[in-house]
Design a protein around this ligand. Structure first.
Ligand SMILES: *[C@@H]1O[C@H](CO)[C@@H](O)[C@H](O)[C@H]1NC(C)=O
Ligand SMILES: *[C@@H]1O[C@H](CO)[C@@H](O)[C@H](O)[C@H]1NC(C)=O
Ligand SMILES: *[C@@H]1O[C@H](CO)[C@@H](O)[C@H](O)[C@H]1NC(C)=O
Length: 467
């Protein structure tokens, strides 16, 4: 028995080494990302599951979405790409397919010829039995009229209503559920959201974003939000499987640390977001520098500290990217700050670091999925007290919050020092974060919440005379 387990470990380790090497090569990354994100039938994980799970298989539990069986659902996406919005809608598509719903997908964006990403995403959906239509054809119109439910994804998808349905818009609105994931000002345009008051419901990722939408639509546009449901997101099963696989985590950790040139005992603070002023990498680096000074001044004994900025795009050559690098050179932190290109496979980095920094500025994140992903990896989170982060991170328990803006630089620096010097506190916060994820931020929790919303929306649509 013991021998067999050791055998498995070797096999697992080899698989992970291989997977990692492939993951890190850009050319094949996309295919793998999609696989990693959506395949639930990886035999490797089944073996792991059997070893650790003694309870009944998950499929025995009643699926909260089972009432959607044989319902016709039309999903309208503003684009098809590897960004958060479309990927979430795809997750919904697969959840619905798994209970036997008939699911159709349309993308309301000009087809860009031979885009590899679009091609592979479309095929991924076709493989799972999701039908993919042209957004402007008769088929889209007929499906919209026949459907039990139409889900518009993000505010921008609202343009599709008038453009395609024309005089039929009023017939479709009572069965529309509008899923909104953003809160930047330019989304509050009449052109996008004028039909919002008449749809069956809006579904928004955090309470604070829902409140913000209510305020803005009322004050700026003088329209009223429909019935609004807050649905916090959940971690995919695939992410949880990596997060809970200690062998995989260790292998990924070793490899990422090796690639960055940091030792196993060094302390890594990472910010994982596309690099832009709104995500606050500049302020994070200032905090990091300040924390190094504090440690020096107070002669504290801590392991060698590093900052990792995942999400760079040097090809873009933006002023902001140069500013970050110049700051690092100016403060002579080149050996302590590491820039990593944009990637969709965040799991290896989450396995490799010690603390996640979520430094989104202004109104913060609408939700901030990376936060719950990091917590799944038992990482404490140092986050801004703004947006969805405040609904995910429990200040003082699963992480520490600091104010947005320049006022937050010193508090964040102090929090960095706190977690660097209090090892036990750091580890406990990570564990509590993981427990919080297990309690409320898993895919099944999200499915449960979505099921409640879909149930109500269907009920409302049925009772409406127009449909
Ligand atoms: C919404 O408006 C109310 C009243 O003006 C205000 O107290 C609240 O902070 C606003 N919420 C958001 C998220 O903007
Ligand atoms: C990051 O991207 C830049 C520009 O595409 C490229 O030159 C560089 O080699 C990449 N770095 C890594 C570590 O992949
Ligand atoms: C977070 O908790 C700390 C004490 O643990 C407190 O000083 C700080 O003000 C709190 N921040 C927020 C935003 O609640």
């Amino acid at each position: 028995m013991a021998k067999q387990q050791v055998g498995w470990r070797v096999v697992l380790q080899k698989r992970w080494l291989l997977a990692l090497l492939v993951l890190l090569s850009i050319s094949t990354a996309i295919a793998l990302i999609i696989r990693a994100a959506y395949d639930s039938c990886d035999p490797h994980f089944e073996v792991v599951d059997k070893r650790f799970e003694l309870g009944p298989p998950v499929s025995v539990a009643p699926n909260p979405l089972s009432f959607m069986k044989s319902k016709l659902v039309l999903l309208v996406s503003h684009e098809l790409s590897l960004s958060g919005g479309p990927l979430l809608l795809m997750e919904l598509a697969f959840l619905l397919r798994s209970v036997g719903a008939e699911v159709c997908w349309i993308t309301n964006q000009k087809p860009s010829g031979t885009d590899e990403v679009i091609y592979s995403l479309e095929h991924k959906m076709l493989d799972r039995g999701v039908q993919v239509f042209y957004a402007k054809g008769q088929e889209a119109m007929d499906t919209a009229l026949k459907a039990d439910l139409v889900v518009l994804n993000t505010a921008v998808a609202g343009k599709w209503l008038d453009a395609v349905l024309k005089e039929n818009v009023p017939r479709v609105l009572p069965k529309v559920l509008w899923w909104i994931h953003e809160m930047r000002g330019h989304y509050f345009k009449m052109e996008y959201v004028k039909h919002l008051p008449l749809v069956a419901g809006a579904m928004i990722d955090s309470h604070i974003t829902a409140e913000y939408w209510k305020n803005r639509t009322q004050e700026r546009l003088r329209i009223k939000m429909p019935e609004t449901y807050v649905v916090h997101l959940g971690n995919s099963k695939e992410l949880m499987e990596v997060a809970e696989n200690s062998v995989a985590k260790r292998v990924l950790r070793e490899h990422i640390r090796e690639s960055l040139g940091v030792r196993n005992e060094d302390l890594l603070f990472a910010i994982i977001n596309s690099v832009s002023r709104g995500k606050g990498q500049d302020l994070f680096l200032r905090s990091f520098h300040e924390s190094l000074l504090l440690i020096q001044e107070q002669k504290l004994h801590v392991p060698s500290m590093h900052a990792v900025v995942v999400g760079s795009d040097m090809t873009a050559q933006t002023k902001f990217e140069s500013e970050l690098r110049n700051f690092v050179i100016l403060k002579k932190m080149q050996d302590r700050v590491h820039f990593v290109n944009k990637t969709l496979t965040v799991a290896p980095y989450l396995a490799a670091i010690d603390v996640l920094v979520q430094n989104s500025q202004a109104r913060g994140e609408c939700f901030g999925r990376i936060t719950i992903e990091a917590m799944a990896f038992q990482l404490p989170v140092l986050g801004t007290a703004a947006g969805g982060t405040t609904e995910i991170v429990v200040n003082g328990s699963t992480g520490l919050l600091h104010p947005v803006g320049k006022e937050g630089v010193t508090p964040l620096a102090k929090n960095i020092v706190k977690l660097a010097t209090h090892v036990q506190k750091r580890l406990t916060m990570g564990k509590r974060g993981y427990e919080r994820v297990k309690e409320r931020f898993l895919e099944r929790h999200m499915a449960q919440r979505i099921a409640t919303v879909l149930g109500e929306v269907l009920q409302k649509a049925k009772s409406h005379p127009e449909t």
